[in-house]
Write a protein that binds this ligand. Structure first.
Ligand SMILES: Cc1cc2nc3c(=O)[nH]c(=O)nc-3n(C[C@H](O)[C@H](O)[C@H](O)COP(=O)(O)O)c2cc1C
Length: 184
């Protein structure tokens, strides 16, 4: 087990989310000392909240959680050809916190959808959305799990050999990047 502290963001709030299953499989393969899934059930972003009561405590807690992580995995569903409103809302809120938690943060993007292409458009959109925050985005391999409702066994284990191979490679890359950043 590595000494690394891993955080996951899941863009689907659904209890039986296949993105959460994929995220949990990614965390298992990363083999972190600690894994925490962030809570993205946040208020909808409004500048009236920001300029009135201020950044909600749960948003600041999310930003701090990301800031303290050695690596972060973002798992996105595809809703109408893009990432989910849940994910975008979280990113918008986080961008308004003072600590700039994404800067130089090792991150990996993964996606799962019931379509054949595994949420390719949402995946690509999320990568683009992350770039202005200047994280250390691991470029690949791309993990986009299609027909995601049929890809896990009863224990939530990914059954696709190819899916496991790509996810293992991606997590190896993310761990390497996190160790590099830790060593300065
Ligand atoms: C509002 C909505 C829009 C969707 N749009 C797409 C889409 O554009 N492409 C796609 O592959 N699947 C689409 N889906 C199906 C999702 O991929 C599927 O519900 C998936 O299981 C969601 O991820 P989750 O299992 O993590 O909740 C859509 C589902 C919903 C509810």
């Amino acid at each position: 087990m590595s000494e690394l502290n891993l955080v996951g963001l899941c863009g689907s709030l659904r209890k039986a989310s296949t993105n959460r299953m994929l995220l949990n499989e990614a965390a298992r393969l990363f083999d972190a000392a600690a894994f925490t899934e962030a809570d993205l059930n946040l208020p909808l972003f409004s500048q009236d909240i920001e300029n009135g009561p201020g950044i909600p405590p749960e948003v600041q807690a999310l930003s701090d959680l990301i800031g303290s992580a050695d690596a972060v995995i973002l798992a996105t569903p595809e809703y109408n050809k893009g990432t989910s409103g849940v994910m975008k809302n979280a990113l918008d809120w986080i961008s308004r916190t003072k600590n700039a938690p994404w800067r130089d943060k090792p991150i990996a993007v993964i996606s799962a959808s019931s379509g054949m292409q595994g949420g390719a458009r949402a995946h690509s959109m999320l990568r683009t959305l992350m770039l202005p925050f200047r994280p250390r985005l691991v470029p690949g391999p791309e993990v986009m799990l299609g027909q995601s409702g049929q890809q896990f066994d009863g224990e939530g284990r990914l059954t696709s050999e190819m899916g496991l191979k790509l996810l293992t490679e991606l997590m190896d890359e993310l761990r390497r990047e996190a160790l590099r950043m830790r060593q300065g």
